[in-house]
Ligand binder design. Structure first.
Ligand SMILES: [Zn+2]
Length: 590
């Protein structure tokens, strides 16, 4: 056996996919994609080739007009089914026809009623971490990169988009066929498509935004700084190598804040709040164009290389665009979320290490703030050890050395020891990477904005909630921090006053609402229930929904309400969110 990724059947000693030509037809009546995939390998292969699949109906498998022998010879709840192509004979090209399952884990088929406009269905994919295999057989490991061309047929008047260059469209009766080309090699998890009633707004020379018509104007306003951000990111990370940077705003069931699909970030509508207060999510997804999409984690065990670096770069972009005070405040908020996760997993649990063996584990199940926040603070510690100037040179060297490659944690540490020996000496690298918890002498960011929050918290300990005037100028992150640092259980009367004070009935910032729910539920504030119900009906963000249900199963008065609430809105959610909540409810024996 050659290279092994615990989340893929691929055996890279057999050979690697170099290019895919895809012809895809979306059937909205059956919720199925019909896919014809033509594969080109780097080199001719003889013998076996293993591909990852999940729930695919496999049709013809051919090479140069002749049928190829194949078998689905292994099955696993997490990995899916292994497609074993047999008796290859110096084969470099072959083709597979498949139909996806209506339950394909990467695909979300939305009925018109689940969209903003309400008139047309909507389809989008989410392939990270190991869902691409539910769309097309592939070596579904971030260690394999391929280029592709694709044709995506959708019924008119839907618009099809992909995380690739749009190269043409032709009308075909009741359908339209959109053509795309991805000339930069990508790992499978960055394969992405979507279709719906969409409008496009130009933001700058290289930037624009797609959204449902009802959202298009608001989205264009919210992301007006994107062109500037792109230039700022290039200063820090080097030239942008993907051509355009556009955003696709998705319907509310999108399970993440954003997904860094190349050229086309998929973004939650929860980022469009009318005040640009969450556009740091865009800075994050944009930074992935370098850290993640150019330099990619070798396996999902090295996920912190993607997310730690990206969270670090996000902070630097926020600092350049909005100032140090805000970027420091966001760090403080992140650190508090990390500490909540450390508590949830337990201080000595392996899930709080930056790297730990994940054989037999679903990468989605170990999802937490650890790779993001602990990972980024490790890089902050390195920056503080060597100074910003030296660290910035290191960043540029890192990106240019490994661009369009996959890298393991150990590969990174070797590079670090070689190119930044001072940092490697001064920071306890082994503890940061392989030990649980947050290191004792790790950086503890602070900010003036945070100090004001501390003063109000101190007053609350003396029994005084802040006055509305005294927090009128707070940014949403300050409100969030205040709630994060309040005790979980407070008098019901204080919950009521808090709700009015921060106008929580109207706040859209999802993390603020979730934080308030956690307090209200733990405190037995029953009046919060209509807000909880409304949240469960309209928000599909996996993290936010998960936190809400975790809070509910932990309290006597909400335990019995959790399962019925979830069932009422199950259909509105993405399969990944459904799986996450199921896991929480089952753990609580509900
Ligand atoms: Zn990220």
């Amino acid at each position: 056996m050659g290279f092994q990724d615990p989340h893929s059947y691929a055996d890279l000693s057999q050979g690697k996919i170099e290019h895919l030509d895809l012809s895809i037809k979306a059937d909205f009546s059956e919720n199925v994609l019909s896919v014809r995939a033509h594969y080109t390998l780097h080199n001719p292969v003889s013998g076996s080739l293993f591909l990852d699949t999940r729930g695919l109906h496999i049709g013809r498998v051919t090479s140069q007009g002749r049928s190829l022998a194949w078998d689905l010879d292994r099955r696993d709840a997490i990995l899916g089914e292994r497609l074993h192509l047999k008796n290859l004979d110096r084969t470099r090209e072959f083709a597979i026809e498949v139909r996806t399952s209506p339950e394909a884990s990467a695909l979300q088929w939305m009925k018109p009623g689940q969209t903003l406009g309400g008139k047309f269905p909507f389809l989008y994919s989410q392939c990270q971490s190991i869902q691409a295999r539910s769309v097309v057989p592939c070596q579904d490991t971030p260690s394999v990169r391929f280029t592709y061309r694709a044709e995506l047929e959708v019924p008119r008047p839907l618009t099809a988009v992909m995380a690739a260059e749009a190269v043409g469209v032709e009308q075909a009766g009741p359908s339209a066929r959109y053509q795309f080309s991805m000339r930069q090699p990508i790992p499978s998890y960055l394969f992405a498509l979507a279709a719906g009633e969409l409008r496009f707004r130009t933001l700058g020379d290289r930037t624009g935004v797609y959204a449902e018509p009802e959202m298009a104007e608001a989205a264009a306003w919210e992301f007006a700084e994107n062109e500037t951000k792109l230039a700022t990111a290039e200063q820090l990370l080097g030239p942008y190598l993907w051509g355009r940077y556009d955003i696709l705003v998705l319907p509310p069931s999108f399970p993440f804040g954003g997904m860094e699909n190349p050229r086309l970030t998929f973004l939650s509508p929860l980022v469009v709040l009318g005040d640009r207060s969450r556009t740091n999510v865009v800075s994050h997804e944009l930074a992935h164009a370098w850290t993640g999409n150019l330099v990619t984690n070798a396996t999902w065990e090295d996920f912190w290389l993607n997310e730690g670096w990206t969270t670090y770069a996000e902070g630097r972009i926020t600092e350049a665009v909005s100032g140090r005070e805000l970027s420091d405040l966001i760090k403080v908020v992140g650190l508090n979320e990390l500490f909540e996760d450390l508590q949830r997993f337990g201080d000595n649990s392996k899930e709080t290490c930056l790297k730990f063996p994940q054989e037999g584990m679903d990468p989605e199940e170990v999802y937490s703030q650890v790779p993001y926040i602990k990972g980024s603070m490790f890089l902050v510690a390195l920056e503080e050890a060597v100074g910003r100037e030296a660290f910035d040179l290191f960043i540029q060297k890192y990106i240019s050395t490994y661009r369009f490659q996959s890298l393991s944690t150990e590969g990174f540490l070797t590079f670090l020891a070689d190119k930044l020996p001072e940092g490697a000496r001064r920071v306890d690298i082994h503890q940061w990477i392989y030990q649980p918890g947050y290191p004792q002498n790790a950086p503890r960011p602070s900010s003036i904005l945070y100090d004001d929050v501390q003063i109000k918290l101190e007053a609350y300990r003396g029994g005084i909630l802040p006055s509305p005037e005294s927090i009128a100028r707070w940014v949403p992150q300050q409100v969030l921090l205040f709630l994060q640092l309040l005790p979980r259980r407070i008098p019901v009367e204080d919950c009521r006053r808090l709700e009015t004070l921060a106008d929580l009935g109207k706040v859209k910032y999802p993390a603020i609402r979730v934080q308030f729910f956690q307090i209200a539920i733990a405190s037995g504030y029953r009046e919060v229930w209509p807000m909880v119900e409304q949240f469960a009906r309209t928000v599909g963000n996996r993290w936010a929904v998960g936190r809400l249900f975790e809070a509910m199963v932990g309290e006597e008065w909400t335990r019995g309400l959790a399962r019925p609430l979830f069932e009422r809105y199950r259909d509105r959610n993405h399969p990944m969110t459904v799986a996450h909540v199921e896991q929480i409810l089952k753990k609580a024996a509900l």
